[in-house]
Design a protein around this ligand. Sequence first.
Ligand code: BJW
Length: 262
Amino acid sequence: MEDVLPRRAAQLLGDARRVVVFTGAGISAESGVPTFRDDLTGLWARFDAQRLATAEAFHADPDLVWGWYEWRRSRVRRAEPHAGHRAIAAIEARVPGSTVITQNVDDLHERAGTRAAIHLHGSLFTPRCVAAAHPATFEDRHDGDATQPPEGRRIPPPRCASCMALVRPGVVWFGEALPEAALTAAVEAAAACDVFLTVGTSGVVYPAAEIPRIAARAGAAVIQINPEPTPLDQICAINLRGTAAQVLPALVAAAWKATDER
Ligand code: BJW
């Protein structure tokens, strides 16, 4: 870990008064939840997320899109948070002025102990109707092997109990606005922090990808944890090339060892 964990990153984190942790799909990868844009020979090979994650796809083929989301929900339910998620909860416990912002629609941060993650792209677990956004409850119906792709398994979406409209996933699709309160809170936290950790995001989907840039412009030290280069490399003070489950626990341990020793 020495080669990917410069002492400077640990010092910055240990001294910080306001920390923002900003996560993308890469943090869930080591829990077994596939990312969007990595190696498409994997579980998502037959499903182009960019095409399916749209209102147009849902209206054209609701059963295909709902079946895909039911499969993903069942995968997430079977996944467990890892040491990287727990390290983020430990940062929150150490630094009261910290904020977790995630682009992920899973609940792994919450299950690791994060209290109030800001979900920029919604949640797999808050479906609503297409007509009036009535919240919906329903039984999961994906009864297949969640480790396998659904192979075009189609499941009709339920109907809203209030107005009988189709129920859709409570996520933000391409072309849709992000939840205003979440985006405002994320921008404010980024503009006010002194350390901004960006973990496991390709940094290509906007407006979320603007958030680390806002932090950098406001003078925060942006530290990136990602095994691969991303377009965010150039605005980062430090790039830690490693995985979330490896780097985050080591960084947290080193941060507070460094401050305790001073
Ligand atoms: C690891 C690891 C390990 C691997 N450890 N790391 C400006 C410029 C160009 C285009 C636009 C723009 N502004 C807006 C747009 C259009 C569009 C957009 O950004 N398109 C780009 C793709 C070009 N944006 C939108 O449409 C947004 N809406 C919008 O702008 O609305 C305008 C509007 C305003 C007012 C009224 C109406 C409209 C909405 C974007 C919604 C994104 N939704 C999705 C799907 C959510 C639902 C679902 O899950 O199905 O969100 S798309 C998908 O991408 C998902 C993710 O949250 C998001 C980001 O992906 P992420 O998390 O970065 O994952 P990956 O896979 O890309 O990267 C994983 C990374 O992890 C990699 O770097 C790996 O190396 C790394 N990794 N293993 C650490 N173990």
